[in-house]
Design a protein around this ligand. Structure first.
Ligand code: ATP
Ligand code: MG
Length: 69
């Protein structure tokens, strides 16, 4: 069983047909912190929205707190 509370593998996501995130892979274990940095429009908010299920996933997999795909 995985000890990861958040895991994204090769995620492509965006708004409607538009791809904003491409090939995002990251994971977090309990107690770990991950900083996301980038210029304006790089996709930081889109990444958080994707983790919350508010964007359209075009590819890859996403598991948060033991749920989702
Ligand atoms: N609701 C939306 N519909 C369509 N495109 C969007 C939407 N929100 C953001 N975008 C586009 O997605 C891309 C990433 O934007 P996002 O807001 O995720 O960047 P950000 O890194 O959070 O920027 P900032 O530092 O300004 O907060 C930009 O090209 C933006 O225009
Ligand atoms: Mg933002």
């Amino acid at each position: 069983m995985s000890d990861k509370v958040l895991e994204l593998k090769n995620v492509t996501a965006g708004y409607g047909p538009t791809h904003v995130l491409r090939g995002i892979t990251l994971s977090i274990v309990p107690g770990e912190r991950l900083a996301v940095i980038g210029r304006n429009g790089a996709g930081k908010t889109t990444l958080l929205s994707t983790i919350m299920g508010l964007t359209r996933m075009h590819g890859g997999s996403l598991h948060y707190g033991g749920a989702g795909d």
